[in-house]
Design a protein around this ligand. Structure first.
Ligand code: 0O2
Length: 210
């Protein structure tokens, strides 16, 4: 195992464990035929090339990496509606298997790029063969619409090595506003969507019984 594998191994374990735990919440909601605030969960350990880029950009030395780079492990929770974000954050805050270190509400206050998401930095205990190791994990909670925008913007940022041309930046700002409006519209028709989901769930259950 090289030193990167060794360093990142507990982060990999944390991502896998948290994915299982958060998907478990989703399943519990589904089994109880209630609207699930979690649409899907993804997670990743930051690739070494991205770690090196970010470390150079933020002037973080190798020794301070684990302390200063809070998103070596990242888990993303995607919701259907903006209201679900609060439900998810409340569920996360009630948990006793990790501690919350920081919260960043980029929904109330979006980033200058137009980025919206709710971030929580948690301190997660991983059981290793050398004992318990507490590591930081970044949880990003966002709607499908916020995720759509962030995914496209992220790939453009990558394509242009962080220097997105002015014209594309303003288009992205407009797209971010459209994504915000889409979230608003979806919230308004949320009750209808919920009712449709309830009927669909009941139909599936009936089909399973037959
Ligand atoms: P990757 O490739 O997703 O790992 P900073 O990097 O300075 O902006 P900081 O202090 O590390 O931010 O923490 P922050 O802003 O809470 O969270 C950083 C992560 O949030 C980013 O990781 C992205 O995943 C996401 N993010 C933050 N701002 C934006 C944005 O404007 N657009 C998109 N698409 N995502 C954003 P990385 O390391 O940048 O990238």
């Amino acid at each position: 195992m090289n030193s990167w594998d060794e360093l990142l191994s507990p982060y990999k374990q944390a991502v896998e464990e948290l994915k299982v735990k958060l998907k478990g919440i989703r399943e519990q909601y589904q089994k109880s035929s209630r609207h699930t605030p979690i649409e899907f969960v993804t997670g990743r350990v930051k690739p070494v090339s991205s770690i090196l880029n970010k470390a150079a950009r933020k002037k973080i030395s190798f020794d301070c990496l684990e302390q200063d780079m809070q998103d070596l492990a990242g888990v993303r929770i995607v919701t259907q509606f903006v209201e679900d974000i609060e439900t998810v954050v409340d569920l996360i805050k009630k948990r006793t298997d990790f501690e919350i270190l920081e919260e960043r509400d980029y929904i109330l206050e979006q980033k200058p790029s137009g980025y919206r998401s709710y971030h929580l930095i948690i301190c997660y205990p991983v059981q290793t063969i050398h004992g318990e190791k507490k590591i930081q994990v970044e949880l990003q909670v966002r709607t499908l619409s916020m995720n759509f925008w962030a995914t496209i913007e992220h790939s453009l940022r990558y394509k242009y090595s962080g220097e997105i041309p002015e014209e594309i930046s303003s288009r992205l700002m407009r797209a971010s506003e459209a994504a915000f409006k889409l979230d608003e519209e979806m919230s308004i028709i949320r009750d209808e969507v919920r009712e449709a989901q309830r009927l669909l769930m009941a139909k599936h259950q009936q089909q399973n019984i037959q």
